[in-house]
Design a protein around this ligand. Structure first.
Ligand SMILES: [Zn+2]
Length: 234
């Protein structure tokens, strides 16, 4: 305990010179606050839909792909706090925000009967080039937080993303992004065989990315799929 209080004293002392700031409102954080102050955290639009197996997010996938259930930590509001947090995380490299949000979600899923069967966490992969440019895969960082509080391992190198570019006609060169087909692939299906997979992503809009990944996973014998994202704007 002596060491603990010495450590805390040192942390307080350091914060005089380098105050830790809330990522929502930039106020200085107090001792036990992490990433966000209590005010900002209180204002976040938590969905709390993880309690209901047939919630509005899982309904997005009805008739598209057979999943166990789905959840999102927050409702996504344009110009709101959640959009701001995700922006800082993805585009300004504040990975601590992604880890923090993952920890919040993992705590919701921990010891919950609907989520209990999950064996392994699998993030939606980024294309290699994009990940190299950004320096990280946001879904994987989010997964690190989930892993910490939910207590399941994460597999990041088996579900991969590849792009096939169509024939580069003159017209296609100007519209080349519309001409890129994204394809997901599983390197060694045996790794996922019979597993209960929690597939995770940052934001769900149409659900087509998660659907494509879930379909790939479901093609492996015995795989069941659960879905979770930071936010939903569906
Ligand atoms: Zn704040």
């Amino acid at each position: 305990m002596v060491y603990g209080s010495a450590k805390r004293y040192a942390a307080d002392f350091l914060s005089l010179f380098y105050p830790r700031l809330c990522n929502g409102c930039k106020r200085a954080l107090i001792q036990d606050e992490e990433c966000l102050c209590s005010f900002c955290r209180y204002e976040l639009p938590f969905t709390k839909i993880h309690n209901d197996r047939e919630n509005s997010m899982s309904q997005v996938f009805w008739g598209r792909v057979d999943i166990e259930t789905a959840t999102a930590l927050f409702y996504f509001q344009k110009g709101g706090k959640v959009q701001n947090l995700i922006h800082q995380f993805k585009y300004r490299g504040k990975t601590e925000i992604g880890i923090y949000l993952g920890k919040l979600l993992g705590r919701q899923l921990k010891n919950h009967p609907v989520w209990e069967p999950v064996d392994v966490i699998v993030p939606v992969p980024l294309h290699e080039k994009k990940q190299f440019k950004r320096g990280f895969n946001q879904s994987e960082v989010f997964g690190r937080g989930i892993r910490e509080t939910f207590g399941r391992p994460m597999i990041t190198d088996n579900l991969v993303r590849i792009s096939r570019t169509g024939t580069q006609t003159r017209k296609a060169r100007f519209k080349r992004w519309e001409n890129v087909e994204t394809v997901f692939s599983i390197k060694t299906p045996d790794t996922f065989r019979g597993k209960n997979v929690l597939l995770i992503d940052d934001v769900i809009t149409t659900g087509s990315t998660l659907e494509a990944c879930a379909q790939k996973l479901k093609a492996v014998k015995g795989v069941k799929v659960w879905l979770a994202t930071i936010a939903m704007s569906v």
